[in-house]
Design a protein around this ligand. Structure first.
Ligand code: C2E
Ligand code: MG
Ligand code: MG
Length: 596
């Protein structure tokens, strides 16, 4: 008998025959190559099969009790790969066909011929190998398919960063929950949640810490919900939570409380500690919507309101909320028209040197003279202009108007002033910014040293390398650069050291509390000291009271800007201030300056 492909492990053969001499004969022939076991009936064979698997079964057909033909299907229900060779005293072809029909692989007849037995066993075992390999291949394929399907499902229904369900899966679950709630008279809560300032974190710290924040935030969100609730990520900083079977608003508020509790602890973003807050908009089923689309839309409108109120708060949906969204749309349309119709104005707010008490410069601040709504403050339309890109043409117009005005004052004989113009992130990252500025300076004939660009920390930190290069280019032309609203971003003074900057403007929120809040007082003090060490000029924004002025004077703050001296005013109103050369400061301060 040639060697069989079972060299690595023993091959087990079960021999079943009610005649002992045949069992013994077969066993004697096959035992030198294989591990053989015998059984005198099909019933005994089934007992043996209960504990052991055989590659091959050589079985008689007629055995008294269960026949070989009845036995084969039972064997194959246990072990589909086990191959059967039938032995029979019948020489007729019908018996052979019958044996094959029930699943036997081969058929040999008595009296047994040694060579026939060996050849049949060898063929049967080869067939077993084929069967086994085919089955293994099929199983591997099935497993692979299962894994692929799971992966496709995961990609289609789960967010890859947080592993939370995505919008599709959430919408499915919401629709199902709405159907169940309808039939069982239950209430649902849909909480649209947004991580405040996420874009800023992503822009300043980079995407990896941004992703860490999202993952950790998702984990904390999950800890606030019960098993029947669903939390999903819709994209960027937006998460949605479905709270099922609620009694009323109290249950939703309870969840929001848990959320604010878990946000009390700082996030560890690859070594950087950060505190995060979230805004939440809530809609309730059936009160605020009868279907999933309306519930989501209304929770979104409530979130928009929560964000507009400064973030870190929650809002329940009310019917007037969509007015806000439609106002925004209307504003976008009229903002486009405003550019063509030249509806913008520039106001100027003076900056005063603390030492000389003279107006050293002005900040150009845009306003929108809306034909119906009147004068609109920049905080109302600059964010929209940034989102839509309209800030680029608006900003260019402000730059040109401000430079032209500055040159006009110089031509009128006033002492030259520094003209500060705000440049937001979108403008700063516009490829053509430097070219535009050069063209405007050229057109207006203003020397570059009289133009100062005010940038925020976040627009610089979005891409520090790009910022360093762009700022160096602008500075080499002679312009001044200052950092606006300093203290509200995430940058450190150390990171600013590497950038070609001339001045820092301390944000008005710190200035306004510096005389009442010791923390803000020490912060202002620290900023001034460190900035001076870095040879940067310091300008305090939003000075409104004499106390603030006195405090800043003591700290040797260089320049001051605020309502105490003047609100932003039209160019013609500023002339009066320039005429007098120095502003009339409160007497106490004047005395303090004279005596120092
Ligand atoms: P900002 O650059 O920090 O400008 C200072 C803001 O503080 C101005 O608000 C000014 O009116 C206000 N302010 C000045 N002194 C005081 C004070 O004593 N008390 C208080 N409470 N506020 C004071 P405004 O004009 O509403 O501008 C708001 C922001 O809009 C500006 O903040 C700036 O970021 C942006 N902005 C204004 N004009 C432009 C522009 O032409 N282009 C761009 N990109 N942004 C602009
Ligand atoms: Mg500014
Ligand atoms: Mg500012």
């Amino acid at each position: 008998m040639s060697s069989l492909p079972f060299q690595d492990r023993p091959t087990n053969i079960l021999i079943i025959d009610d005649e002992e001499p045949i069992r013994n004969l077969l066993s004697a022939i096959l035992s030198s190559y294989y591990v053989c076991q015998t059984a005198s009936s099909a019933e005994e064979a089934l007992k043996a099969l209960a504990t052991k698997k055989f590659e091959l079964v050589v079985s008689d057909i007629d055995m008294g009790g269960m026949s070989g033909l009845e036995f084969v299907p039972r064997l194959h229900s246990l072990y589909p790969d086990t191959v059967v060779v039938m032995i029979s005293g019948n020489q007729d072809i019908e018996s052979a066909i019958e044996a094959m029909r029930v699943g036997a692989f081969d058929y040999i007849t008595k009296p047994l011929d040694l060579r026939h037995v060996e050849a049949a066993v060898e063929r049967a075992l080869h067939h077993h190998v084929l069967l086994r390999e085919k089955r293994q291949y099929k199983e591997q394929m099935e497993q692979l398919l299962e894994e692929r399907t799971a992966e496709v499902d995961r990609l289609a229904y789960y967010d890859t960063v947080t592993q939370l369900p995505n919008r599709s899966l959430f919408e499915d679950r919401l629709a199902q929950s709405v159907a169940i709630a309808k039939s069982s008279d239950q209430n649902l809560g849909v909480l649209f949640i947004s991580l405040d300032q996420f874009k800023k974190v992503n822009d300043t710290l980079g995407h990896a810490p941004g992703d860490s924040l999202l993952k950790e935030f998702a984990e904390r969100l999950k800890s606030c919900i019960s098993e029947t609730d669903t939390v999903a990520r819709f994209g960027s900083d937006e998460f949605v939570l479905l709270q099922t079977n609620i009694k009323g608003t109290k249950d939703v508020i309870e969840t929001i409380r848990s959320l604010s509790q878990v946000l009390k602890f700082p996030f560890d973003l690859d070594g950087q500690e950060l505190f995060a807050t979230a805004s939440v908009g809530v809609s309730l089923f059936p009160l605020d919507g009868e279907d999933s689309q309306n519930l989501l839309k209304n929770a979104g409108a409530a979130l928009y309101k929560a964000k507009r109120s400064g973030g870190s708060n929650y809002q329940f949906y009310t019917a007037d909320m969509h007015d806000l969204a439609s106002r925004r749309l209307a504003m976008e349309t009229s903002l486009r028209r405003a550019i063509q119709n030249e509806e913008f104005l520039v106001y100027y707010q003076p900056r005063i040197c603390v030492d000389t008490l003279e107006v050293t410069g002005v900040e150009a601040l845009v306003r929108w003279q809306h034909p119906q709504l009147g004068l609109i403050a920049p905080s109302e339309f600059i964010p929209l202009a940034e989102d839509t890109g309209l800030i680029v043409p608006i900003g260019e117009w402000v730059l040109r108007t401000a430079c032209l005005q500055n040159k006009r004052w110089q031509d009128q004989g006033f002492a030259p002033l520094q003209m500060a113009v705000n440049i937001c992130a979108r403008q700063f990252h516009d490829q053509d910014l430097a070219q535009t500025i050069i063209r405007i300076l050229d057109e207006t004939n203003l020397a570059p040293k009289y133009l100062e660009l005010e940038l925020t920390e976040s627009s610089i930190m979005q891409n520090a390398e790009f910022a360093a290069e762009t700022l160096s280019g602008l500075k080499s032309m002679g312009m001044k650069i200052s950092i606006d609203d300093f203290g509200t971003g995430y940058s450190s003074l150390a990171s600013l050291k590497r950038l070609p900057i001339d001045a820092l403007k301390i944000d008005k929120s710190f200035v306004s509390d510096a005389t009442t809040d010791p923390d803000d007082a020490s912060l202002v003090m620290a900023i001034i000291t460190l900035a001076h060490n870095l040879r940067l000029k310091v300008i305090a924004e939003g000075v409104e009271t004499e106390e603030q002025l006195q405090f800043l004077n003591l700290l040797r703050c260089d320049e001051i800007q605020g309502y105490l001296f003047s609100k932003p005013v039209p160019a013609e109103d500023l002339v009066a201030l320039l005429d007098s050369h120095s502003v009339s400061l409160p007497t106490k301060i004047l005395q303090a300056n004279e005596s120092s």
